[in-house]
Write a protein that binds this ligand. Structure first.
Ligand code: PRT
Ligand code: ZN
Length: 301
């Protein structure tokens, strides 16, 4: 009897059971950013992404590569424990999954668009019109909420050409730069939903899997915080220090170190991306010099 074929090691089988199964898009707009986020979380996907499944060498996670439209169903059915997918897909599919975390990539909006020369006066414009979309569920909820009756034509791709070929009077589609609408003689008239990639999870995760998910979420949140913040170093004359420190929040409070040159200090702190330019201008006005701004890789608070 070949005993080597059997896995009798209890440790190995326990490890097998406790792996978190993550579904990401196989190819398309969310694929590269999903892999990048995992990498920034210190998770290396070892075997090729052309396969259905890959294992991480340094975190108990298995990654499944799927079509984005299928991810909510797989997560509801617990084929995958968690998934990275656009909010637009989550709300369209209406599966029983929970949205746990916004991931900060794949940003777009689901919008109504009408002909460039149409006089769009508001939502009533859509009454009785034909609207082409790949998002019939979200669109019909939106129309119902606004008391508008319209004819919805579901098409799976190239929605933007529908008005040009006489199939529809308006469309409801994803927009990011707006250039697709522009090139097809359309204008955005109403935003229905702001969307980005999110982490969804199965509603019945075991405690063991939830512990792994919490570890992953902690890493994702650290990566996101780091992206939104910059490390700043500057030189300040000592007689201006209190004014300059007052402008810098820091994680606790700014670090101040003496420079070799008498009467000067080096100040280190962390700045939020949103306040960044305002504060830099104020720092310069207050006498700061030699300002260096450095990206942060991870931020644990
Ligand atoms: O094969 P699979 O089914 O997995 O992929 P897919 O072809 O259905 O999806 P994919 O890869 O095109 O998009 C995946 C997800 O990316 C979407 O579900 C959104 O969450 C997100 N995303 C972000 C976008 C866009 N931006 C986007 N601009 N998805 C599609 N578009 C399309 C839009 O439909 C339109 O055709 O890009 C065009 C508009 O772009 P602009 O820049 O010209 O406005
Ligand atoms: Zn798709």
């Amino acid at each position: 009897m070949n005993t080597e074929m059997k896995n009798t090691n209890p440790e190995a089988s326990r490890e097998e059971v406790s792996k978190l199964k993550l579904a990401i898009q196989k190819s398309g707009r969310l694929h590269d950013d999903s892999i990048k986020l995992l990498k920034e979380c210190g998770i290396d996907i070892s075997n090729g992404v052309n396969k259905l499944k890959a294992e991480a060498s340094n975190f108990p996670i298995e990654v499944y590569f799927l079509r984005d439209d299928d991810i909510p169903q797989y997560v509801e059915d617990a084929v995958a424990d968690i998934g990275f997918v656009g909010e637009n897909v989550v709300y369209e599919k209406k599966k029983k999954v929970s949205v746990e975390e916004k991931l900060g990539f794949g940003k777009c909006r689901l919008s109504m668009a009408v002909g460039r020369n149409d006089e769009y006066t508001g939502i009533r414009f859509l009454e009785g019109k034909k609207i082409a979309t790949s998002y019939p569920v979200i669109l019909s909820d939106f129309l119902k909420k606004n008391g508008v009756t319209a004819e919805i034509h579901e098409i799976s791709g190239s929605v933007e050409i529908a008005p040009g070929i006489g199939l529809a009077d308006a469309i409801c589609d994803l927009v990011s730069s707006g250039s697709t609408l522009f090139m097809n003689g359309l204008k955005e008239s109403e935003t229905i939903l702001q969307s980005q990639a999110v982490l969804i999870k199965n509603n019945h995760l075991s405690t063991q899997k939830q512990v792994l998910l919490n570890r992953l979420l902690f890493r994702i949140q650290s990566v996101k915080k780091a992206r939104n913040n910059k490390y700043i170093l500057l030189n300040a004359p000592n007689n201006k220090l209190s004014e300059i420190i007052a402008l810098l929040p820091g994680m606790k409070s700014p670090t101040v170190l003496p420079l070799a040159e008498e009467g000067w200090s080096s100040v280190h702190s962390v700045l939020n991306e949103n306040d960044f330019w305002d504060i830099i201008e104020q720092l310069k006005a207050a006498g700061a010099q030699g300002i260096l701004v450095v990206p942060i890789e991870k931020m644990i608070v």
